[in-house]
Ligand binder design. Structure first.
Ligand SMILES: C[S@@+](CC[C@H](N)C(=O)[O-])C[C@H]1O[C@@H](n2cnc3c(N)ncnc32)[C@H](O)[C@@H]1O
Length: 187
């Protein structure tokens, strides 16, 4: 118990250090709260989600929640560009998870759910567009893309690719919106 509390503290300190080094790509000084992670996970249909991706896993706070919801047969691909955060995530021992040390622009294949904690607004425009296009193209027929953001400024951008509903999460610093996005023609 004490050891896992110590691990969590170490992960949080690590995340803050990464923010100091790369504020634009990390996007937030604190990892997502448990309330935000729960709201993100509640937006997925776990009984039919076997192929899952997470874009911008950071210290893995949302990743832990995703793994708890996943069935033993499900697979999770995690995309992260910070070498230090990749190194820490790669030490996790869960055969359902694979860490990809590359930009989420390289997402391909077909997924039932794609989670994203990427700071869309602070990414270069070309990167942001490439990621949203890749996420759109990689959604399976009933797939969902679940993205959180701190502002509603990205809504016009999301609307270019997806039909969405949003939910406010106040128990997070700063408060966030969770967007549940599907392709425009999804059933
Ligand atoms: C706001 S943090 C979110 C971390 C975590 N998911 C959470 O909810 O607390 C954003 C993460 O996205 C990563 N990131 C930024 N640009 C990326 C990209 N193009 N591809 C993959 N990861 C990226 C950053 O390194 C950072 O770890």
């Amino acid at each position: 118990m004490l050891a896992s509390a110590r691990t969590l503290m170490r992960e949080k300190a690590h995340f803050v250090q990464q923010f100091m080094r790369n504020p634009r790509s990390i996007g937030s000084i604190t990892p997502s709260s448990a309330a935000l992670c729960r709201t993100m996970c509640a937006a997925a249909r776990w009984d039919r989600s076997l192929r899952i991706a997470e874009l911008g896993a950071g210290d893995g706070v949302l990743t832990r929640h995703i793994l708890q919801h996943m069935s033993p047969q499900a697979q999770l691909e995690v995309f992260e560009i910070s070498p230090q955060l990749v190194a820490a995530l790669s030490q996790w021992r869960d055969h359902r998870m694979q860490v990809r040390a590359c930009s989420a622009e390289h997402l391909s294949g077909e997924y039932d759910v794609i989670f994203s904690g990427l700071p869309l607004l602070s990414l270069p425009v070309s990167t942001r567009d490439a990621i949203l296009r890749a996420a759109h193209d990689a959604l399976g027929p009933r797939g969902v893309f679940i993205q959180f953001q701190y502002t509603s400024l990205t809504q016009p951008l999301l609307s270019r690719y997806f039909t969405w509903q949003r939910q406010r999460v106040l128990k997070n610093f700063p408060p966030a919106w969770v967007y549940r996005c599907t392709r425009h023609y999804a059933p």
